[in-house]
Structure formats: C-alpha cells, structure tokens
Write a protein that binds this ligand. Structure first.
Ligand SMILES: C[S@@+](CC[C@H](N)C(=O)[O-])C[C@H]1O[C@@H](n2cnc3c(N)ncnc32)[C@H](O)[C@@H]1O
Length: 391
C-alpha cells in the first residue's frame, strides 16, 4: 500500500481523529498515487496515523477511514461500518420508514451517502475513493438490508470536483419511479429518479415535527421553499386553517398537491413561483401569517459565495418578518455548512432592526438523529434552524 507522509505538526489533528489530509500537508509518497488508491498515512517520523484513500487532484487529498493499525480498508471494514450505521438507526425513534443509513464522515464512511426509502435505497458516492469501493459497498448493502432495489444518484457538484464519471441509475433489483413513505402521521410520495437530492429532505424530519408546536389552531401559515409540502402538511395536521406553500419547482408542487390528497388534507394553496418575488407580492397585498417557515436551498456551496448568500438570507428574513403577525412565529433554516448558526443569528438581528420588529428566540433545531455529526468537523453539522417569536 502507498505510504503518505505528512508535514510535522499535522499529526496532532489526525491523532485527534480529524479525518482529512489537505494537499499542502503532504510531503511525500512512497509511490506516485492514482486517484482512489488506498494509502497509509504516516507522520514525519514514519509512525502510523491512519488508513485512507487518496485523490491527489483535490485539495482534500486523503480521507482517513480507519485510525486503527489492525483495521486496514478491506471489504470487512465496509461491512462492519455499515452494520454499525444500521444498528445505530435501529435504536432511534425516527418514526418513519425512510431514513439516512449512512451520513458520510458522520458514519466513518467518508464520501458515502445512503438513504433508505422503505425497501429501496438511494446511494451517492461523493468522492473518487469511495466510488472506487462501490463493488464492496453495494453487495454489503444488499446483504444487510435485503433491499428490493438500489438506485444511484450523482451529486453533480461533488462529481465535478472529484472527477467521478458515473451516470447513476439502478444498481440492484428494481426501483419504481415513486415510493410512498410515511413520517409521523403523514404519507409522502418520493420520486427517486427525478426528485431533488436523494428524493426527500429526510434531514428536516425533526423540524417538521417541531414546527407543529408553533401552529395556532385555526391559524394561517406560510411555507416558503415548500418542496413537496413537508411543513405545509404538518401545519394543517397540527390544526392550521390554511397554508400558502411556495416553491419554484413545478414538479415539487405537483407532488405536494398529490401528497395533500393522499393524506386527505385540504387548506393548502400551492404556488409555483420564485420565493423572493412571491414574498414581495404577498407583502404588497397586505397579507400576514401566524407562522412563517423559510427553508431555502443551499445558497452557499463554498466560502466565496457566503456574502451573496447572506444578502439572500437578509432579504428573506426582512420579508418574512414583515409577513409575520404580532405574536406570530418565524422559522429559518440553513442547509449549507458555510452559513453558520452565527450567520443566521446576526442576519436575524439586522433584519429585525431594519423592520423595527423585536424578536426573541424560542427554539433551535438541527438535522435529525439519523444524520450524526463529528466534533472534529463542525461542518458535518450542516443544517441549522432558528425559531423566533415576532413581538
Ligand atoms: C431545502 S428544500 C425545502 C425542503 C422542504 N421544506 C421539505 O421539508 O421537504 C429547498 C426547496 O427550495 C426550492 N427552491 C429553490 N430556489 C427557489 C426559489 N428561488 N424560489 C422558490 N423555491 C426555490 C427547491 O425547489 C426546493 O424544493
């Protein structure tokens, strides 16, 4: 196996279980590596630090999968990690037949995402190295979960950085175009091949339950960036009289309408529009709501796009606050790890001052329990939510 030596000082963070080695931290190889090669990482003096895989073309060059000398990367290790991931989820009260089985570094399988929708799994290989291990991963998943089918989705952003050329599609068995899942007391249609991400935003399951606590019986709610109606349906279920639900995706709105029917729920006005324009329009019409939920897509895919993303957040918050009735609630989320909790709090503070409305924080949320994050990499906690009362 290729040996990778790191600069003096880098060993401390790796011994502290930080799983990435950046390109400038490497001082030499025993042999020129190819993308996806398995490597042993050693400190300057040659002492063992971990086993990983390498992509010499990317800034994050090595991802370490094992810090134990007697556990090199083999098929058994992949099987052991998948079993651990499954055992952890089995103990949780998720209250759904759809869950994230593998959350990349959070499950010590960097570059691998596995979401389970009833009897089907959707996989994403987001690094060159993990993609190369697919012939160990897929049979292990089949054996572990006795699935009817596995579908691969390609994360275009990761694939372009890593140089992955897979096309995606069915990898095992058969996968229907739509699967119906249940979450708490609601059913949702998930379109695996065409839907966004792996098909459904599983990470917001907790928030969709929490939001119910803020619904005023008979109240009016607004679900901004509603996708297929996760929050909107939860609000009606919790006793709201009406919900206005807006999303730019026509497909998501269509599925949202079908989800409402599937659950026998009425009272949702579905709007296909750009949220920024639509919020302005609602305000100009003098509308206001008891609860406003704003769950935007990731506006900041990298650090350079943070200032622009924050301008977007500011506008959404200003509009959202103006649309919230006195004594009503507003919830805002960021699913980008570059937009931190502190960014949200600062932007909320500024927006509240701009519109002369006092707010107080009543709750916070994060990605649900099946998306564990690791302390060495605070960015594995990517989803944050803040809930305020608008005085
Ligand atoms: C994080 S998802 C929302 C998830 C949803 N709350 C749920 O629980 O399923 C973000 C959504 O924003 C939508 N979107 C992206 N840009 C938009 C825009 N400019 N206006 C309205 N919707 C947009 C996407 O289609 C996507 O459905």
């Amino acid at each position: 196996m290729i040996q990778v030596r790191v600069r003096p000082g880098v060993e401390d963070k790796i011994r502290g279980f930080f799983p990435w080695v950046y390109k400038p931290e490497i001082i030499g190889y025993s042999k020129k590596p190819e993308p996806g090669d398995l490597v042993v990482v050693r400190d300057y003096g040659g002492r063992f630090l971990g086993y990983g895989y390498i992509n010499p073309q990317t800034n994050i060059s090595v991802r370490i999968m094992s810090f134990e000398k007697d556990k090199p990367i083999r098929e058994e290790l992949i099987r052991e990690r998948l079993k651990q991931a499954y055992d952890y989820r089995s103990k949780l009260y998720i209250n759904s037949n759809a869950y994230r089985l593998v959350h990349s570094e959070g499950d010590f399988l960097p570059g691998l995402i596995v979401d389970v929708y009833d009897q089907y799994a959707v996989v994403e290989f987001t690094t060159y190295g993990m993609n190369k291990l697919r012939n160990w991963v897929i049979p292990a998943l089949v054996d572990l979960l006795k699935l009817k089918g596995i579908y691969e989705k390609v994360n275009e952003y990761a694939a372009s950085i890593e140089g992955i050329r897979e096309q995606g599609g069915v990898l095992h068995g058969e996968v229907p175009e739509e699967v119906t899942i249940w979450e708490h007391d609601l059913k949702f249609i998930v379109n695996i091949p065409e839907g966004q991400k792996t098909g459904f935003f599983l990470d917001q399951r907790r928030a969709r339950r929490l939001v119910r606590d803020f619904v005023k019986p008979g109240g009016e709610c607004l679900d901004v960036f509603c996708h297929t109606g996760g929050f909107a349906l939860s609000m009606i279920k919790a006793g709201a009289k009406s919900v206005v639900a807006v999303d730019i995706s026509e497909d998501a709105i269509k599925v949202g309408k079908r989800n409402a029917e599937l659950n026998g729920l009425s009272g949702i006005e579905w709007v296909q529009a750009n949220a920024f324009d639509f919020l302005r329009k609602l305000h100009s019409e003098g509308r206001s709501f008891d609860l406003v939920v704003i769950d935007p897509p990731s506006f900041a895919k990298n650090r350079a796009s943070v200032p622009n993303a924050l301008r977007g957040y500011k506008e959404l918050l200003v509009r959202g606050l103006l649309l919230t009735k006195p004594g009503g609630y507003l919830a805002i989320y960021s699913c980008s790890f570059h937009i931190t909790r502190e960014h949200i709090l600062q932007t909320l503070t500024q927006a509240a001052v701009d519109v002369r409305r006092q707010v107080r924080v009543v709750a916070e949320s994060m990605q649900d329990l099946d998306h564990p994050w690791i302390l060495q990499m605070p960015n594995t906690l990517y989803l944050k939510g803040v809930y305020v009362e608008v005085v």
